[in-house]
Design a protein around this ligand. Structure first.
Ligand SMILES: [Zn+2]
Length: 93
């Protein structure tokens, strides 16, 4: 088990969006390897899926947002219909 300090959690949260609240169990270290933070995010911008702090990569999971594309990081479509993977076919000539 590792303890994620509050400073690192707040640093990651502020990279995701506007931190609203840090879970009480996260602050006391009760949540172990997980930190739970309430963050206000701008869904028109790509969401961060991982963040590196001091050489260590932390993976970010967005609870309550199910339609996030893992390819471009945007909300509103799945990777199956991502415009980055499937470019529209050229119009018939
Ligand atoms: Zn996409």
């Amino acid at each position: 088990m590792e303890f994620i300090n509050r400073e690192a959690v707040e640093r990651i949260a502020s990279r995701i969006g506007k931190p609203v609240k840090v879970d009480r169990a996260t602050m006391t270290g009760d949540r172990g390897r997980y930190a739970r933070v309430c963050v206000e995010v701008d869904l028109t911008k790509p969401l961060l899926s991982q963040y590196k702090v001091e050489g260590r990569t932390y993976y970010i999971h967005f609870k309550g947002l199910h339609n996030i594309c893992t390819e471009c990081g945007k909300y509103g479509h799945s990777v199956k219909s991502c415009h980055l993977l499937f470019k529209p076919s050229p119009p018939p000539s």
